[in-house]
Design a protein around this ligand. Structure first.
Ligand code: FAD
Length: 468
């Protein structure tokens, strides 16, 4: 008789958990996936990645954003866009994605348990069944903690989910506001701020930092900054929020935001987006001999093992980069390690996608990082408007920039802002991962007309700069 009920018990059905459980099943291991929500998919499918990206796509389509440069600023596909218009598409995609994941889990023989898990000891977990049928105790040789994160909330702020809300509440919004303040200009804050601004909502984006997205190449961020302001967004940097209150205004409610500098922002709604905290509070980590940091996160080694070697952690609960893409890969790698299967991966060269409007994506080093490291680099740039595809699709603002070593011509980084940036970046990622040089772009033939031709133009630009 087996010593444990399962070879692997996964807590959390987001990207990390799904991929880990399926990988275990593919290795013929007894795997179970515990999820406390009624549906599988985690934050990724139900409240984060998929809703935000589908809302964005719906906004871009209905607002006519893509074709405004051709047909004029007043062009729209639909007048008076409502929250229902946006939710129609979003709910359809969410339902479909949940179904795909459920089928994948079933096909691979992963047992899915709808319960909240908490440690009893390092190999034993108590599962509190969501259908109120009671509790169950299970044992597992290996455990993967893939519980993800929850929006960080300041207890002094009167969140009501409608006027003052966090990103997980967006799908519950009944009506599009006329004005919106977004507090926190991280990736999520910037994405939603730009989505609402594209709809014509007057958005104010507030952050403590001196610029948007400090980890992104400065030139790309400058371009984003410019386009956000063009979209009538107000950017308030170096501003700390000292208080947020609901301010009744006749039959309506307003939100008043107090800034430490003495300014006030009066707005219809406020999105509070200052980060996310690991969802570890209810796991009873101490019983497993573990402790989360002050942001609820777990520390792991390169194999995704916590300090208790058979307890693994993957996905957002381990912190940076906190992406669905990397979480999927971490889940797979954790399972492979648990069962002694060699798995190769190059997670260091993952691409970063930021789905603002316009979209940003990059891979490798940026100019500031290379300068700090004293790397003698050169750059090459191409504008979307210089390639025929850019004209056809009406993107006159896109830019693709490559960074390469002046002596070896080795590609060091690719930075893109504009339509399909998050797709285009993978060409650069492949060249970068294979240690290629910019000569690949010079000598290869791209489909015509495509945005990918920007790589060739950028490489020619780079060669010209080398030649002075
Ligand atoms: C608004 C937004 C936009 C985003 N956009 C992108 C994007 O464009 N691209 C990208 O790559 N990433 C994006 N992300 C990040 C992405 O969603 C996360 O990186 C990803 O979901 C993390 O996956 P995960 O497996 O760690 O867990 P999650 O997806 O967070 O899922 C964790 C699951 O664990 C469950 N759980 C927690 N505790 C327990 C317990 N005790 N017992 C049972 N179940 C439990 C939760 O209910 C949840 O379902 C976005 C995130 C947000 C919030």
């Amino acid at each position: 008789m087996a010593e444990f009920d399962y070879d692997l018990l996964v807590i959390g059905s987001g990207p990390a958990g799904q991929r880990a459980a399926i990988q275990a099943a593919k290795l013929q291991k007894r795997a179970a996936l515990v999820e406390r929500k009624a549906v599988v998919g985690g934050v990724c499918i139900n409240s984060g990645t998929i809703p935000s990206k589908t809302l964005r796509e719906a906004v871009i389509y209905l607002s006519g954003y893509r074709l405004r440069s051709i047909y004029g600023e007043s062009y729209t596909v639909k007048q008076n866009i409502t929250m229902d218009d946006l939710l129609f598409r979003t709910e359809y995609v969410i339902r479909h994605e949940i179904d795909v994941i459920r089928h994948q889990l079933q096909r691979n023989g992963v047992e899915t348990i709808n319960a909240e898990a908490a440690f009893v000891d390092p190999h034993t977990l108590r599962l509190t069944m969501v259908d109120r049928s009671g509790e169950r105790t299970v044992t597992a040789a290996n455990v993967l903690v893939a519980v993800g994160t929850e929006p960080t909330r300041d207890p002094r702020i009167p969140f009501d989910g409608q006027n003052i809300f966090v990103s997980d509440d967006i799908l519950a919004m009944k009506k599009l506001p006329r004005t919106l303040a977004v507090i926190g200009a991280g990736v999520i804050g910037c994405e939603y701020a730009s989505i609402f601004a594209t709809l014509g909502v007057r958005v104010t984006l507030v952050d403590r930092t001196r610029r948007l997205l400090p980890f992104v190449d400065a030139e790309i961020v400058e371009a984003l900054d410019y386009h956000l302001r063009q979209n009538r967004m107000t950017l308030r940097f170096s501003e700390a929020v000292s208080g947020i209150e609901l301010a009744p205004n006749g039959t309506e409610t307003r939100v008043k935001i107090h800034l430490a500098s003495g300014k006030e922002i009066l707005t219809e709604k406020a999105l509070y987006s200052i980060g996310r905290t690991g969802a570890t509070a209810k796991l009873n980590l101490a019983a497993a001999g573990l402790k989360a940091d002050e942001r609820g996160r777990l520390k792991v080694n390169a194999n995704y093992q916590t300090e208790v070697p058979h307890v693994y952690a993957a996905g957002d609960v381990i912190g940076f980069p906190s992406l669905a893409s990397t979480s999927l890969e971490q889940g797979r790698l954790a399972t492979c390690h648990a069962f002694g299967v060699e798995a190769k991966s190059t997670p260091a060269l993952f691409p970063y996608g930021i789905y603002t409007i316009p979209e940003i994506s990059y891979v490798g080093k940026n100019e500031e990082e290379l300068t700090r490291a004293n790397v003698p680099y050169e750059l090459g740039k191409a504008s979307y408007r210089e390639v025929a595809r850019g004209q056809i699709i009406g993107d006159s603002i896109g830019v693709l920039k490559i960074l390469f070593h002046r002596e070896t011509r080795e590609l060091l980084g690719v930075h893109i802002i504009g339509e399909s940036a998050s797709e285009l970046v993978h060409i650069g990622q492949a060249v970068l991962s294979l240690g290629g040089t910019i000569d690949y772009f010079v000598n290869t033939v791209f489909n015509y007309p495509t945005l990918a031709e920007c790589y060739k133009n950028a490489a020619f630009d780079g060669v010209n700069r080398l030649n002075g």
